[in-house]
Write a new protein. Structure first.
Length: 125
């Protein structure tokens, strides 16, 4: 995948993670498990970040905050009670993920906007 496209997708995923719960929920089709998809989208794009580092689009200070988001989701994955819409709205870990993602956007000099997930192809199982 082209690095500019990866970067743009990263920005959209960061906007998703930074969004309030109602915006996160509205960003997905009704048949999608919202909490799982937020973390999976971040994990997928995070796995491509080394390409952005190599291209000079992500600097060490950017990588540090992206790592913190990834680490937070990793810790959260060990607590199955966090992965529902109620927790998405009121849990401190989800709130922390929003703050970190917003901070990452600011570090990247990118404004917050509602996420555009048009690059994702959804399939019903």
């Amino acid at each position: 995948m082209e690095t500019k496209l990866i970067y743009n997708n990263l920005i959209q995923v960061l906007r998703l993670v930074a969004s309030e719960a109602n915006v996160q929920i509205e960003s997905f089709p009704q048949y999608v498990n919202v909490t799982d998809e937020i973390a999976l989208l971040y994990s997928d794009i995070y796995s491509l970040v080394p390409q952005l580092v190599d291209a000079g689009l992500i600097l060490p200070q950017h990588l540090a905050i992206l790592n913190r988001i990834d680490n937070l989701f990793e810790v959260m994955s060990n607590n199955e009670t966090l992965w529902n819409l109620e927790r998405l709205e009121d849990n401190a870990s989800w709130k922390q993920s929003r703050l970190l993602a917003f901070e990452a956007l600011m570090e990247l000099n990118v404004s917050y906007e509602k996420p555009n997930l048009d690059f994702v192809k959804w399939m019903k199982s």
